[in-house]
Design a protein around this ligand. Sequence first.
Ligand SMILES: [Zn+2]
Length: 495
Amino acid sequence: MTLRIYNTLSREKEPFEPLHPGRVNMYVCGPTVYDYPHIGHAKTYVSFDVVVRYLRYLGLDVLYVQNITDVGHLTDDADSGEDKIGKRAAERRVQPMQLVETYTREFFQATDALNCLRPDISPRATGHIPEMIDLIQRLVDEGHAYVSEGNVYFDVESFRDYGKLSRRRLEEQEASGRVEAGAGKRNASDFALWKAAAGTGHMMRWNSPWGGGFPGWHIECSAMAMKYLGETLDLHGAGVDNVFPHNEDEIAQSECATHAPFVRYWMHNGTVLVGGEKMSKSKGNFKTVAEEIGRFGAQVLRFWVVSSHYRSPIDYTDESVRDAGRALERLQIAVQNADRYLGLPVGDETDASRSAAEELTLQTESLRRLFLEGMDDDFNTPVAVSALFGLASETNRVAATAAHRSPVGARAVTGAREQLSELLGVLGLDVSPASDAAEDDIAGPVLDLLLQARAALRQHRDWPASDAIRDGLKGLNVIVEDRPGGATWRRGSGI
Ligand SMILES: [Zn+2]
C-alpha cells in the first residue's frame, strides 16, 4: 500500500514521496481573523487535521505550519478593497490587534473543540514583516517586481509558469475583466507584494525600503512557509477558493525568488454550502462553529466533516448533521456492546459461538485493511468510515445479545474494539463511554443512582414510577435498557 494524494498541480493522484524520506513539511493557509470561525473553517481544518493524523499514524514525522493572517487580506481577495481586519476594526471602533486577538482565540477554541491537533507553528503575518520585506526585495532585485508610487507589484509576465496551478492563462484573466489595471501597474494581472499605507492614520503600517505600508496577503504565506519549512514544501493545503489568486501568486513569488519548486503536492479542500447556497451574513445562513457545536456537539460536527471526502463540496443542512449524529451513535453502541460483552460472566463455548468469534477476527483484519486502503487513496474518509460501520455491525453480531461470553469470543471482541478505537482515533474521534464520562463527570454517577432507585421501585412492583423514570430520561436523550443483569443506560435518541 502506498499513499496517493490528489495533486491540484497535476490534477492527478500521485504516489506520495516526501522530499526527505520519513519527514513531511506541511503548510496550510490559516484563517484571516476578523470574524467568528464558521462551518467552512470546520471543514477545512478538520480535513487537514485528518491528513496530519494519518501521516503521523503512518510513522511520518510531520512538521505542520498553519498561519494566522492578521493583516493584508483585502476585501476582494485581490488587490482592491480595504484590509478586512482594518475595515472591521474601524466599524467596531477597536484597534485592529484587539480584533485579531479576539478572533484568534475564537479560532483556536473552535478547532480545539473539534479535536484538531494544534499546528506545530502558528506564525502570525504581522510577526514576519522583515521576512516579507526581504523576499520582496529579492524579487525587485531579480527583476520580477517593480515599485510604483510606494506600492510594489509582482510582474506576472516575468514568470513563464504563471497560471500553472489554476490553469488560467493571463489573456483570459485580463479579458474576464476580473482584474483592473491602474494604480501604476504595468499589467492588469500584476499583483501587490507591498501596499502603500494611505495617510498617517493607518495603524497597520510598517517602514520598508519603499515607504510606510503593509504586505500583500499572498506574500505572507510564501514568507512564513519558507521560513519554517524551507524552499520546497512537501504539502501545501488550502480551501479550493484559494487556488486563484492566492496560491497561484504564492508559487510565482516563491519560485521566482528561490528558483526551486515551491510545493510538491498541492491539496485543496472543497467548499461548504449552507442549504444549497454560499454562506453569507446577508443571506442569514452564516453558521458559526461555536453555535453549531452548541446545537449538535463537537464530535458530531467532526463526524459530519469526515463522512464526506475532503475534496467534495458539501451542503450543510440540519438533516445532514443529524444523520451524522445517528451514524456516530451506531459506532458508540457497538463499543458499548463490546464493553458489555466483555463484562458478562463466562459461559460455555459452542461451535456456533466459536465460529462467530473466528469470523469476527477475520472481518476485523479485512475491515482494517479496507480502512487503510481508503485512507491511502487520497484520504478517502467515506471508505474509511464505511469500514468502521462494518466493524461495528460485525462486533454487534457477537456482542449485542449474548448472555455470557466465551474465551474465544472475548479475544475476538477485544480485538475488534481495539481496532475501532484505534481507527476512530486516526479520524480524531473517540466514542468510548469513558470519553463521554470525561466530558460530563457528574451525569454518569447521577444516572447510575437513578437506575438503582428505579431497580428498588421495580422490586416493589411499582411499574408506573419505574416507567416514569425511563420515559423522563428518554426525553433527556438517555436510553434505559433492561437487561438480564440489570438496567443500563446510554446516551442517544433510541434509534
Ligand atoms: Zn495562504
